[in-house]
Design a binder for this molecule. Structure first.
Ligand code: PLP
Length: 456
């Protein structure tokens, strides 16, 4: 019921809903929060307002009293009841500024979570709950998962480690942050980060206290010959450079390890999608070449889903205690049940089976994409780069108008001015049918654009 309240003091429309007293309270509260009743406004007397609204006077007294207690009104004997100074709150009903969910999400980063191995996960959960009580966890990660990871990473990625070197984290992101803080506290000041590279991770390294310098990338991956002499760490994506899509050349892998040995610098290997290579066996981890100089980071974000927030670091032994301490200070430990479930999935090889099936699906999807667009890099991962000489922003907004969400290359450069433009197309996340619809749409939008490598 909308009541027009007009007194000698103020005119106001009050939308009275619900029980009388709480309805009046909410209507006044909303009017004050929304700014329709400005600070300092003198409200009608309780008797006057009760008469105008057809309410009992006691109802108005109780409502004023409640709002005065909450700080919306000030009551001064002799000078009436006034609206207090209240900072305007956000209008939660205004959705004009919020972006629509895209119809087809081709942003890089997410696997097809509709293919999550729910049955295997539930069966493993049942087994785990039969064996373990969900008591306190270990800041380093459950021994079961650390052991399972050593086995899995050894056989699939060539990582050389014992469970004592593994720290389980809430996604690779947390591992990166904790490690960067520890390196900073150990006296590392400068860190090289691939350019282009993942801006979110780069910013996280910077926020953790390191000075980040760009490490250029070319057709052979990171230019490790350009590692500055004062850098104490280098953050790399050796198996599949993000976002250019090339593996680090064998000679550069050697050179990176030689740099680490000669300078004592730490190589941080982000193996975010190492399982997904479609034209050959995946290239083994850099860590296997120099375990004492490389920190290896991994995650289930691309294999199972980013929502699980499960990742890990494999560290040279001397770094373990400090990283475990940092983990404990950050959040005690990562949630235990999902660690045990993952350990079970790995031990029973259900994880391998899931990754194998996903690899086949994503391989076909990338082929479909490569059939329509010339893509950079090797057939791998969950996203691929399409370079454009210009017009990235216009294409992104044309895509958005058609319900397609993608990521532009520009935002991944340390300094985007004059750098190459392109679209990073995530081909794994949409369902099969959405992907089939999205591809022709994308072709229509990109259609007549001239293709060519801009400057990197
Ligand atoms: C380059 C890169 N590294 C690592 C990750 C995984 O991060 P997290 O385990 O924090 O989800 C991603 C995920 O999108 C990524 O794109």
């Amino acid at each position: 019921m909308v009541n027009s309240w007009s007194s000698s003091r103020v005119d106001l429309l009050l939308d009275l809903r619900g029980p009388r007293r709480s309805g009046l309270e909410s209507a006044l509260r909303e009017a004050i929060r929304g700014g329709r009743l400005a600070a300092g406004t003198l409200l009608p007397s309780t008797r006057g307002l009760a008469r105008e609204l057809g309410l009992a006077r006691g109802t108005v007294v109780a409502a004023y009293d409640q709002l005065a207690t909450e700080g919306y009104l000030t009551v001064r004997p002799g000078s009436g009841t006034r609206v207090a100074e209240v900072p305007p709150g956000p209008d939660l009903t205004d959705t004009s500024g919020t972006s629509r969910e895209p119809l087809y999400d081709l942003r890089p980063g997410c696997p097809d979570v509709s293919a999550f191995p729910a049955r295997a996960w539930l069966a493993a959960t049942r087994r785990v709950l039969g064996r373990h009580a969900v008591g306190r966890g270990d800041p380093q990660g459950t021994p079961e998962l650390r052991a399972a990871l050593c086995d899995y990473l050894g056989r699939t990625r060539g990582v050389r480690a014992t469970p004592a070197q593994v720290v389980v984290t809430s996604g690779y992101y947390q591992g990166l942050v904790l490690l960067s803080r520890v390196l900073s506290s150990c006296g590392v000041g400068v860190a090289a980060f691939e350019d282009p590279g993942h801006s979110v991770y780069r910013d996280a390294v910077r926020r953790a206290g390191l000075t980040v310098v760009p490490l250029p990338v070319d057709a052979h991956g990171a230019r490790v010959d350009a590692l500055p002499s004062d850098a104490g760490a280098a953050f790399l994506t050796p198996a599949h450079q993000y976002p250019m899509g090339v593996p680090l050349h064998p000679a550069r892998r050697q050179a990176a390890c030689a740099w680490a040995r000669a300078t004592g610098g730490i190589l941080v290997e982000d193996d975010y999608d190492g399982e997904f290579r479609y034209d050959r066996q995946p290239v083994g981890a850099l860590q296997g070449m120099a375990p004492e100089h490389v920190v290896y980071g991994g995650t289930v974000s691309k294999t199972l889903g980013p929502g699980l927030r499960l990742g890990w670091l494999v560290l040279p032994p001397w770094l373990v205690p400090a990283v475990v301490r940092a983990k404990e200070e950050a959040d005690f430990y990562t949630e235990t049940l999902s660690q045990l479930v993952l350990a079970d999935l790995i031990a029973t090889h259900a994880y391998d089976r899931h990754v194998r099936a996903a690899r086949l699906r994503y391989r076909r999807r990338r082929e479909l994409l490569a059939f329509r667009f010339p893509l950079e890099g090797v057939p791998a991962g969950l996203s691929a780069l399409f370079l454009m000489p210009e017009g990235e922003a216009e294409v992104l907004s044309a895509c958005s108008r058609r319900g397609l969400a993608l990521r532009g290359l520009t935002e991944l450069h340390h300094d985007p001015a004059g750098r190459s433009q392109g679209l990073l197309i995530g081909f794994a996340a949409p369902s099969e049918s959405d992907y089939a619809t999205a591809l022709p749409l994308l072709t229509e939008v990109i259609g007549g654009r001239r293709v060519g490598g801009g400057r990197r």
